[in-house]
Design a protein around this ligand. Structure first.
Ligand code: UDP
Length: 351
């Protein structure tokens, strides 16, 4: 390959999308990834015994209402039509999230119609009962602080409806890549203008003649000179069970504070089309435990309070002073990003 003129540091959704666009624009791209493999936290592992695609960094369901994103990603993978549903187990009973008629009618043993539910829920005692059951404990476990002290936008990610629609997302376009998530990254990077180097971290000043697109932690890039940005982390416990089906669905949330995990993922349900996997009398489940974060731990969710956002802003200003450096992605931007938002940002970027 001719002389490299672009370096993409960090090979998650944002980085791989940027790399592909650069390559198609004729640039010679080196992709650096500090892990052993590309794909960021969307990376999966196929269990050799059962063939189940395990989302090792937690469940990832692709969903978007952005037409440009949907068109772009389908150049590389086809989707299986999976529509995400989440159940919540509270005091021994299972409820369909999000907050809608199915949940409310079961919780209060009512038969409310869509027109009645709004008035019914205006009663503060009822809305508090729902919030305390399904959101208070979950949010306290997830964020390690009282729900009142977290950004309300975070809880607003979960839709509220007055219908029986139990789709967890509002996006019409949804699914899991038929050929698996890893194939998405392999195909995005499969271009004669792209070279990949895994196991290598980008350091400021490397490749002085190239334009650099960086999506690693922005504070790390500057040697934490203003201090470390705080994150929330996760710990996962994976188990293979001699059962055809453990919970009958891909995700069950456990909102009670006295249950130490927040959810259990059962991955075979993400590929109902894989009859060979679905019919096996084995399954893989993964319990997700929220965890505090310290330097060296895996960063998952940014703690977006006023102080940390200001700190992120200082790093952003620092980065803006460096010519030919572009920062993006979840770690680079210190932002809670869905996969489609990371892809949209990469597609909209002025190269
Ligand atoms: N949440 C909750 N109970 C639930 C699901 C979500 O309280 O059963 C709150 C919680 O604060 C969580 C936020 O809503 O962090 C966003 O939930 P989402 O399912 O979008 O979380 P993600 O899958 O991004 O971790």
């Amino acid at each position: 390959m001719e002389e490299i003129n672009s370096v993409v540091a960090g090979a998650g959704i944002w980085g791989c999308t940027v790399a592909r666009r650069l390559a198609e624009a004729g640039r010679k791209v080196l992709v650096l990834e500090k892990r052993r493999a590309v794909g960021g936290n969307v990376r999966c592992e196929t269990d050799p015994e059962t063939g189940i695609e395990v989302h090792v960094y937690g469940s990832h369901i692709f969903h978007t209402h952005n037409g440009a994103v949907w068109d772009f990603i389908r150049r590389f993978v086809d989707f299986n039509g999976y529509q995400h549903k989440v159940m919540a187990k509270y005091e021994g009973k299972s409820y369909f999230l999000p907050l809608g008629l199915a949940l409310i009618n079961k919780f209060f043993s009512t038969e409310l119609s869509p027109c009645e539910v709004e008035d019914f829920m205006k009663d503060e005692k009822r809305s508090k009962a729902i919030f305390d059951a399904f959101f208070r404990g979950y949010t306290s476990k997830q964020w390690g602080r009282a729900p009142e002290s977290i950004d309300p936008e975070i809880i607003r990610r979960v839709p509220v409806r007055r219908s029986y629609d139990i789709n967890y997302f509002n996006d019409y376009n949804q699914g899991i890549p038929l050929s698996g998530y890893n194939s998405l990254f392999e195909r995005l990077l499969d271009h004669p203008n792209i070279r990949i180097e895994c196991g290598r971290r980008y350091r400021l000043g490397d490749f002085p003649d190239a334009k650099v697109y960086y999506s690693g932690p922005v504070d790390q890039l500057f040697g934490y000179r203003f201090g470390a940005l705080p994150w929330r982390s996760l710990r996962f416990e994976t188990e293979r069970l001699p059962l055809a089906d453990y919970q009958g669905t891909s995700v069950v949330n456990y909102p009670q504070i006295d249950v130490p995990y927040t959810r259990i993922h059962e991955f075979k349900h993400y590929h109902p089309e894989r009859k060979d996997v679905m019919t096996r009398t084995e399954t893989i489940i993964m319990r997700e435990y929220p965890a505090s974060w310290k330097m060296g731990d895996e960063p998952y969710y940014p703690i977006a309070d006023a102080e940390s956002l200001a700190l992120a802003g200082r790093y952003r200003d620092e980065a803006a002073k460096i010519p030919n450096l572009v920062i993006g992605g979840r770690l680079g931007g210190y932002r809670y990003l869905d996969m489609d938002q990371a892809m949209a940002a990469a597609l909209e970027l002025e190269l």
